[in-house]
Design a protein around this ligand. Structure first.
Ligand code: ATP
Length: 316
């Protein structure tokens, strides 16, 4: 007898969405398991918002199988909506209510809401309970949106670019809060253009381009990042002579810096430091780096774009 696998919180199979004749989502398949933070990445126009709106039940798909917490989101109705948290865009707020009143109104819509004061504190609006919504700054409005998404204590939360417009310290607090959702066993679908945010928060990343998934993995492994070469860069010491041979590629000069690439960073660093120390010198301006998530993401989306424009040109 096999081990029974829990049904995924989100299941998408061969999803298509046409706007008129425009094919915005083109055969998309992915799943999100319970307790995961899943990030959807992709350039402007890739189809992220369309996909999220279909999952939220706000948009009717053209074709394909989609289930959210076991229900078709288009037909799910109120019982499904109660289990899902959605961040409102600022247009959905009542500007004349205070922050506390607005959150209380939303709390009244759910059978088992979270505590109003705690939720407001957690999004960092503790000092603004009595402030009218119309007086909030852009970043504070987004925090209010987050509070409203969380007040019903949902199992699944959609966060569409949750920290756009936040100052750096507000972003850190939002990350901590989203991290706490993970600790509570919630499932989160996140879209973001901030790669550091995705690196910090996501368990898995799906990269969308022109409505299809071009890569999917953990942030650490995306595009073979964990297997990529290490780049070592330093200033060539004055009195150590030429760089000796070692377990690295042909050195490249960038201004007064030398860069080498290696699959054996420990051996390479040992050889380099032994060489300079043998000459009583230092490896100044030393950096040891792996490709960042942003490097890999840009490479993946650029490759796909070139392949596509290449094929369009070939077809002409
Ligand atoms: P961004 O990062 O800019 O938010 P996105 O990945 O969320 O982009 P979508 O908003 O899903 O992209 O849009 C995907 C494509 O579908 C785009 O080319 C967009 O112009 C088109 N599109 C989106 N909504 C509509 C609509 N209501 N009618 C016609 N075309 C649309």
């Amino acid at each position: 007898m096999g081990v029974e696998r829990e049904a995924p919180v989100i299941f998408v199979e061969d999803l298509h969405m046409y706007y008129g004749r425009f094919h915005a989502v083109d055969g998309l398949s992915f799943r999100v398991e319970r307790g995961e933070i899943y990030a959807l990445l992709g350039p402007n126009g890739a189809g992220k918002t369309t996909t999220v709106e279909i999952l939220e039940g706000h948009r009717r798909r053209t074709s394909g199988e989609v289930t959210v917490l076991g229900h078709d989101p288009w037909r799910g109705g109120r019982r499904l909506r109660e289990r899902v948290g959605i961040v409102l865009q600022s247009g959905g707020f009542d500007a004349d209510l205070s922050v506390g009143e607005m959150v209380r109104v939303y709390a009244g819509l759910y059978a088992h809401p979270r505590d109003v004061g705690d939720t407001i504190d957690q999004v960092g609006l503790g000092g603004k309970q009595r402030a009218r919504v119309r007086t909030l700054s852009g970043g504070q409005l987004r925090r209010l949106g987050l509070a409203l998404a969380l007040i019903g204590d949902p199992e699944l939360i959609f966060l569409d670019e949750p920290t756009t417009g936040f100052d750096p310290s507000a972003r850190r607090s939002a990350w901590e809060m989203i991290g706490r959702l993970r600790d509570l066993g919630k499932t989160v679908v996140l879209t973001s253009h901030y790669l550091d945010e995705v690196q910090e928060l996501a368990d898995r990343v799906g990269v969308l381009s022109a409505g299809t998934l071009i890569a999917e993995s953990t942030p650490t492994e995306l595009g073979g990042r964990d297997l990529a070469e290490t780049v070592i860069s330093f200033r060539l010491p004055d009195r150590a002579g030429d760089l000796p041979r070692g377990p690295w590629t042909e050195p490249e000069a960038h201004g007064d810096l030398v860069t080498v690439r290696t699959d054996h960073p420990t051996r390479a660093l040992f050889a380099l430091t032994s060489w300079v120390m043998g000459h009583g010198e230092e490896l100044r301006a030393l950096t040891v780096a792996r490709p960042s998530l942003e490097d890999v993401y840009l490479q993946l989306t650029e490759e796909t774009r070139s392949a596509r424009t290449g094929s369009v040109r070939d077809a002409k």
